[in-house]
Write a protein that binds this ligand. Sequence first.
Ligand code: FES
Ligand SMILES: [Fe+2]
Length: 354
Amino acid sequence: MPMGSEQKDRIFAKENARTIPAEWYHDTGIYRRECENLFHHDWMLFCHEALLSTPGEYVAYTLAGRPVMVLRGKDGELKGFHNLCRHRASMVLKEGQGKTGVLRCMYHGWVYDSDGKLCKAPGFGGDEAALCERTSLFPVHVRSFAGLVFISMAENPPVFEKTLGALPQALEQEDLSAFKFHSMASHRLKCNWKTYIENYMEGYHIPVLHPELNRDIDFESYKVVTENRIARHETGLRADRAEDAANTGLWVWLWPHVALNIYKDGMNLEIVNPVGPEETELRYCYLFRDVSPEKEEENRKVIDLSFTVTQQDIEICEIVQKNLSAGVYDTGELSPRHENGVVHFHDMVRAVHA
Ligand code: FES
Ligand SMILES: [Fe+2]
């Protein structure tokens, strides 16, 4: 029977597209290449600017194997450095977020200013002034857009605006800088970073895996729209759930490792942080328009549903990873109706390894 035009309209990817090889999800060489060519080179989302609103505030964590810190300097500018003391390679700041007047190394107490320049090496002996003169932290580049703070560890980073792709257009109606920080959550997953991302790239699994979320959305109209480094989930709400739907809104992925889930009165910023070939950290940052105690119950509802959905996703990603590493499966066929986002992501991953 010929395919009706209505059905044809719902086909978004070419037929017979296949996944990338299973080996790419656990091989050490592949992982190293992705770190070198992508995570340590391109602009990567580091955190939300709400964590760095006043001088001295910092965020420090290990992104794709490299400890990095970003802080608000005394001059009000954002500064980024490798969190690596030039003495004997300790981290300068303990990882986390907070506020500090000085960057004092946690090992022997060398002190750097907010421009990364060494200004004291207590008890070092010899010519301390000359040591300070020749010693600075290794810088990383920092740029921000709409409250999103990006870093590049490359000496000569790619053009920042190109990195954003179609994100500025997708966010045209949103004012992300109006959101205030609420809380962070970190989840460890026993899977490759790509296993998690491609789970984000399709809504195909929602009716089976996420019954709580499925209650709110109109799955029939669900689609993922891809363009220039982003993918946008589009779905209608079920008419009877429009009032209660806590976690629906604009869901956007930005290549390679970011998801912005923007709800009516808040957002969850997801950073997918590679830790090893088969280990990933999910860094969630919850922000809301109003973080006052009166709104807490409402905000919690959003976080709780997000937590439920995340646990379901983590469980399935770890199950999938086991089989990707087990040596039985190589590639599988992708749905032309639902998995065009995965096709788009895999094309970009292939380009990293071309
Ligand atoms: S490693 Fe930092 S002061 Fe020694
Ligand atoms: Fe999911």
